[in-house]
Design a protein around this ligand. Structure first.
Ligand code: 3H9
Length: 710
């Protein structure tokens, strides 16, 4: 095992360079041991009479990617990172830091405390603490503006974005982009140049030119805070990060550090930070599923899509830009032409936005993509994804044909959003090769991919589904078979809640306002208008035909849909959309439709306030999530959280419904549900798992067991 921080003297002509290397794979996080090691080796270099200059590098694929996030929430063990940085500031001999990979958070703060910074051309730097609900806590908000000025530092820190090396050079964050790919060699070469040119030690904390320029620019400060507030959409730390950056222009360095640390310490304790840290780890954990222990992903090169509508074209687009050859099957020539036009217009859009260049556009449109009306032309495909109409008979017919024509080891996937994958698989002679791949619209943009595992789906096929998600840069979530899987089942449940509340007297517009005030990008009725009221109408018809269970309260949506008011696409749905306006205005006619229904059904309208709506909306999600866990449809609570964050606009800074429940306390959630049960026992009854956990004093997180596979 290499030492956590190794110290080696390299003699280069007359120059003796001390090379300090951080060894903490995979990302050199600044755990307690690393901080101790850094303080010791910095001190060793300081006292080493032989060493003229030091170079600090990271071993492996990256320089330091930040503080060790796993340590947050635990009591801090000295030294903290600012003590390490202070030791660097205190050096009387120069130290050069070499950045490669991603120098992030505490990693960049460490680099900012060195006297010079060199970066390999492919490296990126950033202070992404806001993505964890924090601000930089080891001098980042005080040192970065000293190099870049207040405005650029506020932008970088409040967005948490990664800055490419070339931009970092332009902004003054680094001094040079090194040639070559070896950090140590680059560092020694730069050290030699420094000494040759007689450049002396230069501390970031002493640089004041760029912040003095903005010293009393209150207009700029106001504008920066306003921009951060607008972009943060309810999240706290991007705004406080800007306040901390601004303090760099008015406070002496030491006091700025104290203020930064005060803000950091307060943020670590917030629910927002706990939720975001949960989301960070859950996003990495969600792909670790039992099937990966035995399953081996198959090679996929050629793909086929059945159906050239919005969904099929979006999936084709996602596959094309990930390097697949894609053939699209449509029923007839007209359908094929439509599908081709749809995909070509997505490719045109990508070209216009600079996502692909002209050469890629030509290749993808004319070589990689083709259409056919003959199912036997799909026999070369390694994977076939069906995105046809949501009807079991149609799907069964298609899968019978696929079974006859697809090559023996081809994966046959359905993009169904509700239907039974086992029933679809049952018409084939190879149910082990069948699974659900449920994309979310628009499929080339939305990050979620539900990977629906049937009773007979083989581990290899599941592993291939997860490898595909990764290749498409999507978050794959494993789901079992049930009506709606994880996401649409929860959606269906809260839509039932919402229609009940509306029918009982709460305005649909008040419901949307309450839901967006939680941090969702849109309310349920805005979402229905966007998706098209006809889509959900068809789903309700399907369920009515199969025997609707419980109260039916969507008559107002039926009436609106039957008037051909289908949402944004027809300029009118639950809202009215003026030409080109996508935000929509409330519609008096909807209110009169509701009054009419209430009169006919003899309902005395009762309107809920925003807080009442918010509580019921969240409780419905949590309760259905608990049932989904009980039934084993989701492996862990974190799978539900990732589904709702990446597919349904659940605010990441609230962590997903199950984390939200944990933060609220399961006792409190249960008490709410029991209260709601008294007023509406048809809709509400607490899930057994929720009751059991609350009685045992446990939370959902206790079920997020460490993964069985890595
Ligand atoms: C901070 O620095 C605060 C300071 O201002 C002040 C303190 C006082 N800690 O993502 P990957 C794990 S806050 C612990 O799959 P990639 C990760 O969980 C921090 N663990 O690789 C995974 O584990 P596993 C600011 C970490 O190549 C493994 O490493 N920094 C940390 O796709 C591989 O990660 C950040 O927020 C960490 N800091 O992406 C950066 N980072 O294999 C957070 C990673 O068991 N990290 N792990 O699942 C990232 O953004 C990405 O990991 C990175 C690499 C871009 C670095």
């Amino acid at each position: 095992m290499p030492e956590l921080i190794s110290y080696e003297l390299v003699q280069d002509d007359a120059l003796c360079v001390a090379v300090l290397t951080v060894n903490n794979p995979p990302v050199n996080a600044l755990s307690h041991g690393i901080r101790v090691g850094l303080v010791n080796t910095i001190s060793r270099f300081s006292e080493d009479a032989q060493a003229d200059i030091a170079v600090l590098v990271g071993a492996g694929r990256t320089f330091v990617a930040g503080a060790d996030i796993k340590e947050f929430g635990e009591p801090l063990q000295a030294p903290d990172l600012e003590e390490v940085n202070a030791a660097l500031d205190g050096l009387q001999k120069p130290i050069v830091c070499v950045l490669h990979g991603t120098a992030l958070g505490g990693g960049l703060e460490l680099a900012l405390s060195c006297h010079y910074r060199v970066a390999l051309a492919t490296s990126r730097v950033g202070l992404p603490e806001v993505h964890l609900g924090l601000i930089p806590g080891a001098g980042g908000t005080q040192r970065l503006p000293r190099l870049t000025g207040i405005a650029a530092a506020a932008d970088i820190i409040s967005s948490g974005r990664q800055v490419p090396a070339a931009e970092a050079l332009e902004l003054g964050i680094i001094d040079e982009i090194a040639v070559g790919s070896n950090p140590e060699v680059a560092g020694i070469a730069f050290a030699k140049t420094l000494v040759t040119e007689g450049r002396s030690l230069r501390r970031t904390c002493d640089q004041t030119d760029k912040i003095e320029r903005d010293h009393e620019n209150s207009d700029l400060f106001r504008e920066l805070i306003e921009t951060a507030r607008r972009n943060a959409k309810g999240q706290q730390s991007p705004v406080t990060s800007v306040e901390s950056v601004i303090a760099a222009a008015s406070l002496p360095f030491e006091q700025g550090l104290i203020q930064e640390r005060r803000i950091f310490d307060a943020l670590v304790e917030t629910d927002q930070s706990k939720a975001l840290i949960h989301a960070f780890f859950a996003e990495r954990e969600v792909g670790k599923i039992p099937e990966l222990a035995t399953g081996k992903a198959r090679d996929l090169n050629e793909a086929a899509i059945i159906g050239g509508g919005t969904m099929g074209s979006g999936i084709a687009m996602a596959l094309l830009t990930a390097g697949f050859k894609v053939r699209m099957l449509e029923r007839d020539q007209d359908g094929a032409e439509r599908g081709k036009t749809n995909v070509h217009s997505l490719l045109d859009g990508a070209l216009k936005r600079g996502k692909i260049n002209a050469e890629q556009h030509t290749n993808l449109s004319n070589i990689a993509f083709s259409v056919t009306t003959d199912v036997s032309n799909l026999s070369d495909a390694d994977i076939i994804i069906e995105a046809a109409f949501e009807d079991m008979d149609i799907k069964k017919t298609l899968f019978r044909q696929l079974d006859a024509h697809a090559k023996p080891d081809a994966i046959l996937a359905s993009n169904t959003s509700f239907l039974d994958i086992d029933e679809i698989a049952s018409v084939t002679s190879r149910p082990e090769n069948v699974l659900g791949l449920h994309f979310f619209s628009p499929a080339h943009i939305m990050k979620l991919l539900e990977i629906v595992v049937g009773k007979q789906t083989s581990p290899d096929v599941v592993a291939t589904g997860f490898a595909l998600a990764k290749r498409l840069k999507k978050v794959g979530v494993r789901a079992g078979v049930c009506d709606g899987f994880i996401g649409n089942r929860i959606l269906d449940n809260y839509l039932n809640l919402v229609t009940n509340l509306v029918e009982d007297g709460t305005s649909p517009y008040d419901i949307d306002a309450a839901v967006t005030s939680l941090g969702f990008p849109m309310g349920p009725h805005q979402m229905l208008d966007l998706a098209g009221l006809d889509i959900v109408y068809a789903n309700r018809r399907r369920k009515l035909a199969a025997g609707w269970v419980g109260r039916y309260s969507a008559d107002y949506l039926d009436r609106i849909t039957q008037q051909e008011r289908l949402g944004q696409k027809t300029g009118r749905g639950v809202y009215i959309y003026a030409d080109g306006d996508r935000s929509g205005q409330p519609d008096k006619e909807v209110i009169s439709i509701l009054a009419d229904i209430q009169a006919k059904k003899d309902i005395a309208p009762r309107s809920l306030r925003a807080e009442g709506i918010r509580k019921r909306f969240m409780a419905a999600m949590i309760n259905e999530g608990a049932r989904i866990l009980e039934e084993g449809i989701a492996l862990r609570p974190l799978d539900i959280d990732m589904t709702m964050i990446f597919g349904f606009g659940f605010p990441r800074w609230r962590g997903g419904p199950m984390k939200y429940a944990d933060l609220m306390g399961l006792d409190a959630v249960l008490a709410d549900i029991r209260r709601f049960e008294e007023e509406d026992p048809d809709f509400w009854s607490p899930a057994k798992l929720l009751v059991d956990l609350a009685e045992r004093g446990q939370n959902f997180d206790s079920l997020n067991k460490p993964s069985q596979t890595k």
